[in-house]
Design a binder for this molecule. Structure first.
Ligand code: CA
Length: 187
């Protein structure tokens, strides 16, 4: 009888422990509920934040032509980052760094190779990307398949030292390489 009682108590204790351990991640997940909706905003209403540099998980070189990560920060739609793995670059990423912690509210992305329409349609464009901030929080942006910049407003301003953009889905171009021409940041 005594053994049965101890067993029952141990079982009850285990159940309570399981319930607590299950509740802890759920409580943290509620705080991480960050979203980034496509919006039409006048970026002149915001303060532009200058990043320090960008690094990519891969970069394509084609003969003497190079398409480095920093091309997304040079202010020109004529230059692009082009991922350099086989296939459409799903899972490849580009990370933009700032000199110190900054507060970001709006991000403007110029997806694909925006030099001209043929450059845009010839290369793949990101369709969905996961953004990861330096505090580990993430959100997804869903991009339209068109030329020009697309603004995304974060559900709350995020203080961060870097933002990683990971390609989750693409609009397939005639060639398989995925490009991003520019990324801008506003607080
Ligand atoms: Ca550029």
């Amino acid at each position: 009888m005594k053994t049965a009682k101890i067993l029952r108590r141990t079982l009850s204790l285990c159940l309570v422990l399981v319930m607590i351990l299950t509740a802890i991640p759920a409580a943290f997940a509620a705080d991480d509920d960050l979203t980034a909706d496509a919006v039409t905003v006048n970026v002149k209403d915001y303060k532009k934040i200058k990043p320090s540099h960008a690094e990519a998980s891969s970069v394509m070189t084609w003969g003497t032509k190079k398409y480095p990560a920093d091309n997304v920060l040079d202010g020109s739609r004529l230059s692009t980052w082009r991922e350099g793995v086989k296939g459409h670059g799903i899972g490849e990423s580009i990370t933009v760094y700032f000199k110190k912690e900054v507060e970001i509210s709006v991000i403007r992305i110029y997806p694909g190779y925006q030099s001209k329409l043929t450059g845009f349609t010839n290369n793949s464009r990101p369709k969905e990307m996961t953004l990861t901030f330096s505090d580990g929080r993430t959100c997804t942006v869903k991009l339209a398949n068109r030329l020009g910049g697309q603004c995304f407003k974060l559900s709350e301003p995020v203080t961060t030292e870097s933002i990683e953009f990971t390609i989750d889905k693409v609009y397939k171009g005639n060639s398989i390489d995925t490009c991003i021409s520019e990324i801008e940041f506003y607080s």
